[in-house]
Design a protein around this ligand. Structure first.
Ligand code: MG
Ligand code: MG
Length: 264
């Protein structure tokens, strides 16, 4: 069942998502070669709890009965999603996708950003740029009267024109009091197909895009999903509300992008 949110509920969702945005900005400040993803995780957990919220990913169960140990997912290079924070140091030229979820006053925030560590190759920078562009192309389609397939089609058309792959196994989702609600929001699809979009729907749109083949594999830790060809993958995610006839982006990359510009 898809629950439509009231204006008040959308504002609560915005608060939870702006806390995710602020957390990602704190992370942006410390990303550099030598930093570990466990350090990123500790910073995120402290920042989220200091603001009266809960990191929703911590303890989240998978189908194998394992709880996610981190407060954020940190997915490095060929890890597409659900990377577990570890003591391995980030190296110059790496990329790391940090997916962050909060629960604040009963509502969920969910947003992801792929960061560059030091000097990253031009080809990988392009993968990140195009993936982020595809997110906004998907968001543009999120208006009442359009369908879920319009979002996926816009994402897919954009990234495939660069020869990139769209991960099939993982998709965006409705969001509200629960992190994952209906409907599912694939990053591929046909225009005019799927459920009709309506005012009050709140969804996380999250292209997971691979440099090469879109085929992925689950690592023995039963969380990390890697590309089978070990080429890099990017992941950008915003939570949005369909509100007053248009998409209203509840999360934000604004602060992260200001910090990125200062660093490069
Ligand atoms: Mg997420
Ligand atoms: Mg999500």
């Amino acid at each position: 069942m898809i629950t439509l949110k009231t204006d008040d509920e959308i504002e609560l969702l915005r608060n939870a998502n702006l806390l995710v945005a602020a957390t990602l900005a704190e992370i942006a400040k410390i990303i550099r070669p030598g930093v570990t993803t466990l350090q990123i995780d500790a910073l995120a957990e402290e920042f989220i709890r200091d603001h009266g919220a809960i990191p929703t990913f911590k303890g989240f169960p998978n189908p194998y009965g394992n709880s996610f140990p981190g407060s954020v997912c940190t997915s490095v290079n060929d890890v597409v999603v659900h990377g577990i924070p570890s003591s391995t140091e980030l190296r110059d030229g790496d990329i790391v996708s940090v997916d962050c979820g909060t629960k604040l006053e009963g509502f969920c925030g969910d947003s992801c950003y792929t960061f560059c560590v030091g000097e990253v190759s031009e080809s990988v920078r392009q993968l990140l740029k195009v993936t982020k562009e595809s997110l906004y192309k998907g968001i543009e389609q999120a208006v009442p009267g359009h369908r879920i397939g319009d979002i996926g089609s816009a994402v897919q058309t954009h990234v495939e024109s660069y020869g990139y792959g769209v991960v099939r196994e993982m998709v965006g989702h409705g969001i509200g009091r629960e992190m994952h609600e209906e409907p599912y929001v694939p990053n591929y699809g046909k225009r005019g197909s799927g459920k009709m979009l309506k005012n009050g729907m709140c969804i996380a749109i999250e292209p997971m895009i691979t440099m090469g083949s879109y085929e992925i594999a689950l690592m023995p830790d039963r969380w990390s999903c890697v590309t089978q060809d070990h080429q890099p993958a990017a992941h950008f995610e915003h939570t949005i509300a369909i509100h007053h006839g248009k998409p209203d982006i509840l999360s934000s990359f604004e602060e992260v992008e200001i910090i990125e510009k200062q660093q490069h």
